[in-house]
Structures are given as C-alpha cells and as structure tokens.
Write a protein that binds this ligand. Structure first.
Ligand code: FAD
Length: 306
C-alpha cells in the first residue's frame, strides 16, 4: 500500500503530493485527469510571484514539479468509494482498489453551467465564472452577472467597483442572497437588477458583445450590450461519490475539514475546492493541499506508520 494517496490532480492534489513525497514516504496521486479546473482557464494573474500565466501552461509546470519527486501518477481513473478499516481503501470505477495508510481527497469542484448558446463558445472570451480571477479584465466595461444568490451578489458588488455598469439577472422573482448583501447592492448607482429573467443566449463574434434574456412574466425577449457575462449559479464540489461513505459533507456537499485538513474519518484528509474552505482559488487550494499533506504526515507519525 501507499503511505499517502492523493485523490485529485488539480492545484490542491499536486501540492499535497509534493509535500508528501518530500517526506520520503511512498506517495501516489490518482486523478481522473491531471490539471483540474485550471485547464479551463486562459489568463491567470493572481498566483503570487507569477504575474501572468495561462492555465494549461501553469499546470504543465506543476506536473513537471510533481514529476521531480517519486510520485506514482495514476491518471484516467475515477474514485467511486472510500473506507478505512485499519487501512484506507479507495474503490475505482474500473473495479480495482487502491490502499493507503493515509489519503488526501482533492477532487475539486465545477461551476454549474447555464447550458445556453454562446456559453461554451465564449468561455475565456467574455464568459467568466470567477470575479476574483477575471474581474479586472473588464475594468470600465459593462458586464452581466447571472445569478442572484450570495455568490452572484458578492460578484456584483465586487464588479461594480471595477466595471462601468453591472446588470444582475435572476431567474426567480426575488434575489436569494443575504439581506445585507442585497441592501449594499441597492445602494449602488451603477447596478441594474433584472428579476424574473431567463438568460437565453450569450452573443458576439470573437468575444461577448451582448446577452439575451426572456422576461418570464411577459415572455418579451430583451438584449443588453455587455462585454462580459459572469455565470454564478453555483459551485458544485466533486463529492457525489462520497455521499454513501462515512466522510461527513456539509449542506453544500463540501467535505468538512479541521484546521489540519482532517475529515471526520481517521486517516482521511481533504484539501482544495472539494472542502468547506471559505474561498476557492488556486493559491488557496495549494495552501490547503500542503496543510492536508502535513496533517496526514503527522497522523502517520502518531500511528507509528512512519
Ligand atoms: P480542481 O482544480 O477542480 O481539480 C480536481 C482534480 O480532481 C482534477 O484532477 C479531477 O480530474 C480530479 N477528480 C475529481 N473527481 C475525481 C474522482 N472521483 N476520482 C479521481 N479524480 C477526480 N483560481 C485562481 O486562483 N485564479 C484564476 O484566475 C482562476 N480562474 C478560474 C477560471 C475558471 C474558468 C475556473 C473554472 C476556475 C478558476 N479558478 C481560478 C479557480 C481554481 O481553478 C480552483 O480554485 C482550483 O483549480 C481548485 O483546485 P483543486 O485542486 O481543489 O480542484
């Protein structure tokens, strides 16, 4: 068996693998696909010390860094179950199993899509999912935020300080965000809230130029000129496969972790976007990957396994 097996090959998993391997223990990294969400990102400008890079380039460098250590990279495999009966066993979709004394779960998350025309086509060309990441790219421009929950309204408040005008589109007749966020939003003069609006398409030639929506009450189609559309209708952790296991998830499906990355199950740790960490960013995922690997190493020492 492995001493430490990491499930997930995004920033959190890569960071955990490097921290584990540097302890000289037998380390494995299992990933459906190495790279994670960062592979979908074009420009990244908030990795401290790397002023500007691109997602695939950055993750190729991260992979190279992992490969400098003795890490067994197991790609193209999907974990479907986990339990600890003295040793942690991971079930694989292909019917196989992997065993490890400690495991770090770093399976990440994915943004819910609207699945409307133009959304996929203009990804990284005006369609965005993360205001912390892409907000500054739209400085002085008009943008739309789709989604009136907490993440949508937080994004609108954030973007209103950077952009010229922000349109918030909510499908339902009311915003779902906390009252305090709604109050702050209403104070702003460069925000328009459009309720009962079903976003129907994102339009443009090379980049986003406008967004179409249908007024659900009247059925009237409207179009607004925007350079960007932030889709904030929910970040879903990749934890469905843990629902029938002993690992505790919160109401959002995120893995509940302690300050050392420990889950409620001994020997099982977690890091990155699949956890209840408050913010979801590359640098944060990498930090929590390091934390979980160190937490898991401490666990191994205390078990006398190391
Ligand atoms: P992920 O990157 O999601 O990686 C998860 C890994 O787990 C993948 O390797 C996946 O294949 C694997 N996996 C999942 N389920 C299983 C399973 N059952 N079995 C095996 N493997 C599995 N953040 C920034 O800091 N700056 C940015 O500019 C930025 N831009 C972004 C742009 C976009 C379009 C998106 C979607 C996100 C962006 N983010 C950005 C957020 C950032 O990408 C994430 O916070 C970060 O990737 C989280 O890392 P992670 O390792 O926790 O998870």
């Amino acid at each position: 068996p492995f001493d430490m097996l990491i499930v997930g090959g995004g920033p959190a998993g890569a960071s955990a693998a490097i921290y584990a391997a540097r302890k000289g223990i037998r380390t494995g990294l299992l990933a459906n696909e190495f790279g994670g969400q960062v592979m979908e990102t074009l420009t990244i400008e908030n990795i401290i010390g790397t002023p500007k890079t691109e997602g695939p380039k950055f993750m190729a460098e991260v992979k190279q860094h992992v490969e400098e250590y003795e890490v067994d990279l197991i790609s193209g495999e999907i974990a479907t179950g986990i339990h600890n009966d003295g040793i942690v066993t991971i079930d694989l979709e292909n019917g196989g199993q992997l065993q490890s004394k400690a495991v770090v779960l770093a399976t990440g998350a994915h943004w819910r899509n609207l699945n409307i025309p133009g959304e996929a086509e203009f990804k990284n060309k005006g369609v965005a999912y993360c205001p912390h990441c892409d907000g500054p790219l739209f400085a002085g421009k008009d943008v739309a935020v789709v989604g009136g929950g907490n993440s949508g309204i937080e994004a609108a408040l954030d973007l209103a300080g950077i952009c010229n005008h922000v349109y918030v589109l909510e499908f339902l007749p009311t915003l779902k965000a906390d009252k305090i966020l709604q109050e702050r939003l209403l104070e702003l003069t460069n925000v328009t809230i459009i309720l009962n609006a079903q976003t129907t398409s994102i339009n443009g030639t090379d980049r986003v130029e406008s967004l179409s929506y249908r007024q659900r009450e009247t059925g009237v189609e409207e179009i607004i000129s925007v350079a960007g559309a932030f889709i904030l209708i929910g970040l879903q952790p990749n934890t469905k496969w843990l629902e029938d296991t002993a690992v505790t998830l919160n109401e959002r499906g995120e893995i509940v972790t302690a300050s050392d990355g420990a889950t409620n199950v001994s020997g099982i740790f977690a890091a990155g976007d699949c956890t209840d960490s408050r913010y979801k960013q590359i640098i944060i995922a990498m930090g929590s990957g390091a934390t979980a690997a160190l937490g898991a190493f401490d666990y191994l020492i205390r078990q006398g396994s190391k």
